[in-house]
Every structure is written in structure tokens, then in C-alpha cells.
Write a new protein. Structure first.
Length: 203
């Protein structure tokens, strides 16, 4: 998993509340077994017209948000079903971090497990970032996990809290497998001791 330490990127404003996981990645696209390739289907029903052409009315399709890597959204982002494909789709679309006033619990946890930082800020601060991104497409913020701040070049400095264990994992790029492999020597030592004590018997 790629470590998350400090990220500067263009902000894409999704000024909607209760964005559920079926809008983030509709169920008909959950047939892939890989974690990649979902980005093209993210926000599919909003992002495309019926003929497959980009919908110019969808916020993220508007000029100035190409290549955005910071998503700012309304409260209760990621509600709905517990599909892990939702953070996969957002990451594959190019987003590295999300800023919102609140998240659904399972989506929030899945973000950390997949190397994406979900930042919780007060609604008034989120609204200010949203307004700046709408007014000035191309507007950027820096999300610093070490300092636990969101900053821009216009004087905004917004601190955020994050669980220390989750912060440690993101800073060091450790998913569940990576955490386990930190104890590879101890595991190997245990397995060497275990074999004579509990020999495998046939049949």
C-alpha cells in the first residue's frame, strides 16, 4: 500500500449529501475480481448520459477539475451498502483523499484499509473549501497527515483528528497484510517450533 504523508492536489467539489456507495460504484460494475479498473465507472449514473457521453451538468465533469485528487463532499458520504469497491473506484479515478463533515462507518474504515485518507472537518470549513473550489476551478489544498492539517495558499489552516493507529498505518503504507508481515520472523520461528510439537498425520 502506498504511504500517505502529505498530498497537494486540485479539489473537486461534490456538493451533495448522503452520497451512497451505489452512486459511487453502481452494482452492475462489481463483477471484476481485481482492485483496479473501477475508476471509469465511478459516479456512472451522474457522470454519463444515456448514450455514454459525459454529462456536462455533473460537477466533476466541468472544466478545471480534470486530474483532481482531492474530493470534497457533503455529510454522510459513503452511506449505503458495505462494498469495498467504493474506495477502489475513487482511488482508481485519481482521488487520494476525501474531505467531508461525516462518513458512513464502513466506508470510512474501508478508506483507511485501502490507503485513502478520509478527513473529517466541521461542516462550515467543508463548505468554505467547497465554495472556493466552485468559484475557482483548479483550486488546490494540501492535506498533511503528519501535521494533521488541511491548508491552502489563501490562509486556510484546518486541523483534523485521526486515530493514532490508522495514522501510523497510512504514514507507513501498512494494510492488514503489511501489518502481519511486520512479524514475519516471529511467525516463522513459531512455525518451526510448532511442527515438532504438532506433527501432521496422514489421513
Amino acid at each position: 500500500m502506498e504511504p500517505f504523508i502529505r498530498h497537494t492536489g486540485v479539489v473537486a467539489p461534490l456538493d451533495r449529501v448522503d452520497v451512497d456507495t451505489d452512486q459511487i460504484i453502481p452494482k452492475q460494475f462489481l463483477k471484476r475480481i481485481e482492485r483496479t479498473g473501477f475508476g471509469q465507472f465511478a459516479f456512472f449514473d451522474w457522470r454519463y448520459n444515456e448514450d455514454g457521453t459525459p454529462n456536462p451538468e455533473f460537477e466533476l465533469n466541468r472544466p478545471g477539475y480534470e486530474g483532481a485528487s482531492v474530493l470534497v463532499a457533503g455529510r454522510n458520504f459513503g452511506c449505503g451498502s458495505s462494498r469495498e469497491h467504493a474506495p477502489w473506484a475513487l482511488e482508481d479515478m485519481g482521488f487520494r483523499t476525501i474531505i467531508a463533515p461525516s462518513y458512513a462507518d464502513i466506508f470510512f474504515n474501508n478508506c483507511f484499509k485501502n490507503g485513502m485518507l478520509p478527513v473529517v472537518l466541521p461542516e462550515a470549513t467543508v463548505n468554505e473549501i467547497m465554495a472556493r473550489a466552485k468559484e475557482r476551478p483548479g483550486y488546490q489544498v494540501t492535506v498533511d497527515l503528519e501535521k494533521q492539517t488541511v491548508e491552502d495558499e489563501e490562509g486556510l489552516v484546518a486541523p483534523f483528528d485521526v486515530d493514532p493507529f490508522r495514522r501510523h498505518c497510512l504514514l507507513n503504507g501498512l494494510d492488514d497484510i503489511g501489518l502481519t508481515l511486520q512479524h514475519a520472523d516471529e511467525i516463522a520461528h513459531y512455525e518451526q517450533k510448532r511442527s515438532p510439537l504438532l506433527p501432521v498425520t496422514a489421513g
